[in-house]
Unconditional design. Structure first.
Length: 101
């Protein structure tokens, strides 16, 4: 699989750095992509970045909630590996963009 980064050139919403897609290159999912990942600056001015995963928004009694579309089967930390891959891909994207051509 590869991770494609699409920068948020508009700066809206504030703090959103980019969107990311996971492209599958082999196996049963070959030729497909999973969309809906976003890379954000950390809230409160803290160091680091955060990744949000694909989710569907819905309302219950007028309250907005999100239903995560990519969820762990058993290990609650299973998403951390994918989160790290997306953050690494964004860092590599930034490094390439900083190199003058």
């Amino acid at each position: 699989m590869t991770i494609k980064i699409m920068p948020n050139d508009k700066g809206n919403p504030p703090g959103k750095l980019a969107d990311a897609e996971v492209h599958f290159a082999e196996g049963t999912l070959e030729g497909l992509k999973l969309i809906g990942f976003s890379i954000w600056e950390r809230r409160g001015g803290g160091a680091g970045r955060n990744v949000t995963f694909p989710a569907r928004s819905y309302a219950v009694n007028g309250e907005r909630r999100n239903f995560a579309l990519l969820r762990p089967i058993a290990d609650a930390t299973a998403q951390e590996k994918l989160r790290a891959l997306i953050l690494n891909a964004y860092q590599e994207y930034e490094e390439r963009a900083a190199i003058p051509t």
